[in-house]
Design a protein around this ligand. Structure first.
Ligand SMILES: [Zn+2]
Ligand SMILES: [Zn+2]
Length: 192
């Protein structure tokens, strides 16, 4: 990450960082320097600490069905630390430890409020390579868009996710504690 005004003035700006970029279906992922926008409304920017490689990443990467949304950054299961927050975010602050979610929870749609479903109608699985909010990418290389995967794209040093697609975690006395509100999601993500 380059030191920008995001660090010095508390106003998040564009940062540059390294990411594994897939340039086409099945093509090798290349470590590239990418630009990453500041988090937009209700989004958070996260320093990725750990990310896993899931079979879904491999399947999507090998598929020819979405050849138009490359270059692309895969990865949809990660933990990290909040680097900055966008407008309207109250649930997270800089420095929070979080898990990312590829199926989020808006807390207000019919499914989220039903108590019976985990298929959020607002922050559901995002397959088209852009973010939920404005249908744009946050990553770019020399100004050209680099597409997301599941609106998480964690094969990167930093990423931006919707705040409803993350849960806060605490490590207390060696035990992992997860935001109660989102336990069902976290267990799902962690495979517990
Ligand atoms: Zn997965
Ligand atoms: Zn919802």
């Amino acid at each position: 990450m380059s030191l920008t005004d995001s660090v010095q003035n508390k106003q998040p700006g564009v940062i540059t960082c390294k990411a594994a970029v897939a340039w086409g279906p099945g093509k090798p992922m290349v470590i590239e320097e990418v630009e990453l926008s500041p988090p937009q409304s209700m989004e958070i920017r996260v320093k990725v600490v750990c990310t896993s490689l899931c079979r879904s990443d491999v399947t999507a990467w090998l598929s020819q069905a979405q050849a138009s949304i490359y270059p692309r950054i895969f990865g949809h299961e990660a933990s990290g630390i909040v680097e900055s927050v966008g407008e309207g975010v109250t649930e997270f602050v800089e420095g929070d430890h979080v898990l990312t979610l590829f199926t989020g929870e808006c807390m207000s749609c019919r499914h989220c409020t039903s108590g019976k479903s985990n298929i959020c109608q607002v922050l559901g699985l995002k397959r088209d390579g852009v973010m939920h909010g404005d249908q744009k990418t946050r990553f770019s290389i020399k100004g050209k868009p680099v597409y997301h995967y599941c609106a998480v794209s964690s094969f990167s040093e930093y990423t931006v996710v919707h705040s409803g697609c993350a849960v806060k975690v605490w490590v207390l006395l060696g035990r992992l504690q997860i935001s109660l509100k989102d336990q069902r999601w976290s267990f799902l993500v962690l495979g517990l």
